[in-house]
Design a protein around this ligand. Structure first.
Ligand SMILES: Cc1ncc(COP(=O)(O)O)c(C=O)c1O
Length: 346
C-alpha cells in the first residue's frame, strides 16, 4: 500500500455523513493565467461542494456531523461571525440531518443586515442571536455557556468546541489533498505551490497530508484574520491531533507550515483594494466568483507573489477555492465603490 492509499484507508475508517459533492473539479484558469503573464494557475473548486452554496465547511461537517448523529444530538449550537460561511453550511447540514441549529453570531465589523449568509441562515431555519463577543476565545465561551443552558433544558446538544472539532474537521482537508493529488497526477502536473485561505483546520489538514504524502511543494496559507495566538503553532498542533485520530505516525512542526498574514488588510471581513482586484479579475477572465473576506484575499496573495516574480511562466500553481460567495451580497456597498465600471464596448 502506498502512502496515499494508506492515508485514505485511515480516513475511511472514521464515522462520516455524506454532505458534499465530491470530488470537486480541478480546472485550469487559462485566461486568468494569461492575464498575469503566467504561471499556469489551476483552481480546486471547493466552492462547488454543493450544500447550500458550498464551501470548505461542508467537507468539515461530513466528519463533525457524524459525531452529532452518533451522539443522538437534537440540537447543534455553533457560532462565528455574522456573515459566517461556517454557520450557514452548518445550518444546511443540520437541515439535511433533521437536527435543530442555534447560532451565536458575532456582530464584528458587519451590520447585522439580513443579507448574504445571514439571509441563508434564515431560509435554512436556524435560530440565532447576534452577540457582541468578538470571534475567538470570548465567543467560544459564549457558545459553551449557551450549549450548557440548552443541556439544562433537556436538549441533547452537539456544540462547537475548538479543542475537539478542529482536528476532526482538518481530516477532511487531508482527504481534499488526496483528491487533488490524484487529479494533478492525471493531468501529469507537479505544482510549484498550492495556495489556500486558512488559519485553522483547513490548512492543518493540508499540512498533515502534505507531510504524509511527502509532497515537495509548499502549501501557502493566506490568513483571513490575525488570531490572538501563534497560527503556525496552532496549525501544527491541530495537524498532530488529527494524526493521532488517524493513528498516523507523522508529526508536523510549526516550521513546516507556511503562513502569510500580509493580505488581511484593516481586519477580518473588511475587503482590501487588492482583494477586490482579485475578485474582479477572476470574475472577468473566468466567470468564477471569489468572496470579499477569504478567497479574494488569498487570491490577492497569489497574484502578488506572481507579480513579484516568484514563478516562471511554465510553472503551475493550484488555488483552492474554499467558497464564501454569499458574503458578496452583504458587502454590496464596498463592492460597488471599489469595483471599476465596465466600459461600454466601442
Ligand atoms: C470561505 C472560507 N475560506 C476559508 C476559511 C478558513 O477555514 P479554516 O478556519 O478552516 O482555516 C473559511 C472559514 O470560515 C471560509 O469561510
Amino acid at each position: 500500500m502506498n502512502a496515499l492509499t494508506d492515508l485514505e484507508a485511515r480516513i475511511q475508517r472514521l464515522p462520516r455523513v455524506s454532505l458534499a459533492h465530491l470530488p470537486t473539479p480541478l480546472e485550469r484558469l487559462k485566461r486568468f493565467s494569461e492575464s498575469l503573464g503566467g504561471p499556469q494557475v489551476w483552481i480546486k473548486r471547493d466552492d462547488c461542494t454543493g450544500l447550500a452554496m458550498g464551501g470548505n465547511k461542508t467537507r468539515h461537517n461530513e466528519f463533525l456531523m457524524a459525531d452529532a448523529v452518533e451522539e443522538g444530538a437534537d440540537l447543534v449550537v455553533w457560532g462565528a461571525g455574522v456573515q459566517s460561511n461556517n454557520c450557514r453550511q452548518t445550518a444546511a447540514a443540520c437541515a439535511r440531518l433533521g437536527i435543530d441549529c442555534h447560532l451565536l453570531l458575532s456582530r464584528g465589523e458587519h451590520v447585522a443586515e439580513i443579507q448574504g449568509n445571514l439571509l441563508l441562515d434564515h431560509i435554512l431555519g436556524a435560530s440565532y442571536e447576534i452577540v457582541d463577543e468578538p470571534i475567538g476565545p470570548q465567543l467560544d465561551e459564549r457558545i459553551t455557556s449557551t450549549a450548557a443552558f440548552f443541556r439544562e433544558q433537556g436538549r441533547n446538544v452537539y456544540s462547537w468546541d475548538r479543542k475537539t472539532v478542529k482536528a476532526k474537521a482538518a481530516i477532511s482537508y487531508s482527504q481534499c489533498l488526496i483528491e487533488t493529488t490524484r487529479q494533478l497526477q492525471s493531468e501529469e502536473i507537479e505544482p510549484a505551490a498550492l495556495y489556500i485561505c486558512s488559519g485553522g483546520s483547513t490548512g492543518a489538514g493540508l499540512a498533515l497530508a502534505r507531510k504524509t504524502l511527502r509532497l515537495p511543494y509548499p502549501v501557502h496559507n493566506i490568513l483571513p484574520i490575525h488570531w490572538p495566538w501563534d497560527e503556525k503553532q496552532d496549525l501544527s498542533q491541530i495537524a498532530n491531533e488529527s494524526a493521532k485520530l488517524l493513528d498516523l505516525p507523522v508529526s508536523v512542526s510549526p516550521e513546516e507550515i507556511s503562513i502569510d498574514g500580509s493580505y488581511v488588510g484593516e481586519g477580518y471581513g473588511i475587503p482590501t483594494p487588492e482583494c477586490m482586484e482579485a475578485v474582479q479579475l477572476l470574475a472577468r477572465t473566468e466567470g468564477i466568483l471569489l468572496d470579499p473576506s477569504y478567497t479574494g484575499k488569498a487570491m490577492a496573495g497569489l497574484i502578488d507573489h506572481v507579480r513579484a516574480g516568484r514563478y516562471s511562466a511554465s510553472q503551475h500553481l493550484v488555488f483552492v477555492h474554499t467558497g464564501g460567495t454569499p458574503a458578496l451580497f452583504a458587502n454590496r456597498d464596498a463592492l460597488v465603490t471599489m469595483l471599476s465600471q465596465r466600459e461600454r464596448p466601442t
